[in-house]
Ligand binder design. Structure first.
Ligand SMILES: O=P(O)(O)OC[C@H]1O[C@](O)(COP(=O)(O)O)[C@@H](O)[C@@H]1O
Ligand SMILES: [Mn+2]
Length: 650
């Protein structure tokens, strides 16, 4: 029998046999339902609009439902409009307000249609689960509408609810909330396999969206971890996130979204590079800033100032951590100031730019006084940014280095392996770790760095592990031999820019290493998959996202605009429902036009595996939890029957 203390606590919620029995019946009913749909996405890279659209459209599922229910009834245009309404209700309502002669009538009609679609996406759930996903205050009315129409005597009641919603002037809110409920019901669980931040304009909006999502877990990517390191106050991480985002012109996010004050950096960069055009440092402009436009020439100066600070701070970390084995990355001291060259791993290259006034030739890794002041002000902004800290805490509470769920293994980068296919031994804090133990140890250390930073560490150092995970060659998040940012900025010869992927990425073409990894993590290769992000899959060059004989899926298809030219598509969603696993291949997202119209394309969905039998909740991790809860209920009932716990009234 379970611990009596535990049963007494449980008795607070189920005070008598009747209550416990009712709960047991309810739990058994849930077990018998089909498993909910899981969505897996990775490498969002700040592309908030494209990402939110993927979720709102449930990667084509919503359009499929609309066609299924309204195929012979509504025209193609009407069906597209209904889809557009669900994807972005505010925008469609605004458009209709202008175009509809009788707006109320339109509201009335679309509410009926939305109810039909909402019903179709909720069939897999219990009524109480659907009710929990419905918006506060509207849940009662929506629940009634979802269940009322099939009983004839309620038809009148059904019409009455819709009319009173419209007549009371609440139709817009009702439609928006119902559209949201439909999207949310279409996806049961969401898994984000890393890289929410960097390159695209609004990772902050993605995080806000995810924080309001009903069920999400996150696996940390290399870009996430460097933000997490920055949020602990690590200067090497801070300089990286600043340099990268300035180089992508993301000033709205930095200054308005996160409140990171760039004034000191701006003044410093203006002063130091007044006469320098900083040509190689011009920002990529994927999106224009709305609130905080910065002249690209000034942005280039800021980028250069930050890059030099980054190389200095990174040099300090390399020297402080011989175990990182990154000495090859010490390049500032390999510059020949007379010849204007730099020697990288024994090869001498011409430097494209020798205007480096802040680098002391005899002491190249020490920050100049003003650089120090810039870093202090950036650190203060970052530590005091409530928004950023809230997002990072969510990364900790809902995220991890890897996750095992419903028999699948999810991680962003790789499991470090040797060329021979053995797990790589990685030295950390004086011991060696490999395989699962390595992943578990790193996860633990990362949490410690943020929540219990070592007081003895000098300022700006805690979180070095996050910086290592960002670009160290044995990092499971990075998976490459080096990050050639310096070379790309200062050396013309493209050969020096090459970053080599670690053996893992060629090993996973075969099934044996994938089997080895699954077994290492206690999973059954005959029914488990590995879901991997991080490396863009070059579809246009004929590359397949399916590796290891179908055991591993790489789902970085380039949601990031910066990478779409390389992949030829605009991202993947991996979908796992009760009947099959599928890959949805997305086309580039076209933003809302000024006339209120928007073109939506439906992704190509390829079923990659059909399950031999329909998968039920009983077969999932949640099912295993429910089985335990049923067992607890049985024991509670027994305790009531034996008189060990007194029954109470509700
Ligand atoms: O294309 P960018 O933005 O200059 O960034 C290039 C850098 O990004 C990286 O590819 C890491 O980012 P990903 O994790 O998205 O691949 C580095 O290996 C590389 O040095
Ligand atoms: Mn990555």
């Amino acid at each position: 029998m379970a611990d009596i203390k535990f049963l007494e606590l449980l008795a607070n919620d189920y005070p008598n046999q009747k209550a416990a029995t009712a709960e047991m019946i309810n739990l058994n009913a849930i077990l018998a339902l089909p498993k909910g749909t899981e969505y897996f996405l990775s490498d969002l890279h700040g592309e908030h609009e494209a990402f939110i659209h993927m979720l709102k459209s449930a990667s084509g599922t919503i359009k499929g439902k609309i066609d299924e229910y309204y195929g012979g009834i509504l025209s193609e245009t009407d069906r597209d409009d209904l889809a557009a309404l669900i994807y972005n209700a505010e925008a469609e309502i605004a458009r209709r307000k202008k175009s509809e002669r009788d707006f109320d009538k339109w509201c009335n009609t679309v509410i009926y249609r939305l109810i039909t679609i909402c019903k179709s996406v909720s069939t897999k759930y219990t009524r109480s689960k659907v009710r929990r996903r419905l918006p506060k205050y509207w849940d009662y009315a929506m629940d009634e509408l979802l269940h009322a129409d099939d009983e004839e005597n309620k038809l009148h009641y059904y019409d009455a609810i819709i009319s009173s919603v419209v007549e009371s002037g609440s139709a817009e809110d009702f439609i928006i909330k119902m559209a949201d409920a439909i999207s949310s019901l279409a996806v049961d669980q969401l898994h984000i396999i890393g890289d929410i931040w960097d390159r695209g304009a609004h990772p902050d909006d993605i995080m806000d969206f995810l924080m309001g999502y009903h069920d999400v877990d996150l696996q940390w990517g290399n870009h996430d971890i460097v933000w997490m390191g920055a949020a602990t106050g690590n200067w090497a991480c801070i300089s990286n996130i600043l340099r990268m985002n300035i180089s992508y012109n993301n000033f709205d996010m930095l200054e308005v979204g996160y409140g990171i004050n760039l004034r000191r950096l701006t003044t410093f960069a203006e002063k130091v590079y007044r006469e320098d055009p900083c040509q190689k440092f011009m920002p990529h402009i994927l999106d224009e800033n709305v609130y905080d436009p910065v002249d690209p020439v000034l942005a280039a100066k800021m980028h250069k100032a930050m890059a030099i600070i980054q190389f200095k701070l990174e040099g300090q970390r390399v020297m402080a951590h011989p175990e990182y084995n990154m000495e090859k990355r010490l390049l500032l001291d390999k510059i020949n100031w007379e010849k204007g060259t730099v020697t990288v791993e024994g090869v001498e290259y011409e430097m494209q730019d020798m205007n480096l006034p802040t680098v002391d030739h005899d002491d190249p890794y020490t920050l100049a006084e003003e650089e120090n002041a810039v870093m202090e002000s950036l650190e203060a902004s970052i530590l005091n940014s409530d928004k950023l800290q809230e997002h990072i805490r969510f990364m900790f509470s809902h995220g991890a280095l890897y996750k095992k769920i419903n028999g699948n293994l999810l991680y962003h980068g790789c499991i470090p392996m040797t060329e021979e296919g053995e797990f790589q031994e990685v030295p950390i804090n004086g011991s060696n770790y490999h395989g699962k133990a390595l992943m578990d140890y790193i996860d633990e250390e990362v949490r410690k760095a943020y929540f219990a930073p070592d007081e003895a560490e000098e300022v700006g150092r805690s979180g070095d592990i996050m910086w290592y995970l960002w670009e160290g060659s044995n990092s499971p998040l990075f998976g490459k031999d080096k990050m050639t940012t310096f070379e790309r900025l200062f050396i013309a010869d493209k050969a020096s820019h090459k970053e080599h992927t670690r053996p893992y990425y060629s090993l996973i073409r075969e099934s044996a290493p994938c089997v080895k990894i699954l077994l290492e993590f206690g999973l059954d290769p005959s029914r488990s998959k590995i879901l991997n992000g991080h490396v863009p899959v070059k579809i246009k060059d004929g590359e397949s996202p399916i590796k290891g004989g179908g055991l591993l899926y790489v789902i970085d298809g380039g949601i990031s605009k910066a990478y779409q030219k390389q992949t030829g598509i605009a991202g993947y969603t991996f979908i796992s429902n009760s009947r099959f696993m599928a890959l949805a291949e997305h086309k580039p997202y076209s933003p809302l036009q000024s006339d209120g119209t928007q073109v939506f394309t439906t992704p190509a969905v390829k079923i990659v595996e059909t399950l031999p039998e329909r998968m039920m909740v009983l077969d999932t991790d949640q099912g295993a939890d429910i089985v335990k809860q049923i067992e607890d209920m049985k024991q509670l009932i027994e305790a009531y029957q034996k008189g060990l716990i007194k029954e109470k009234d509700e």
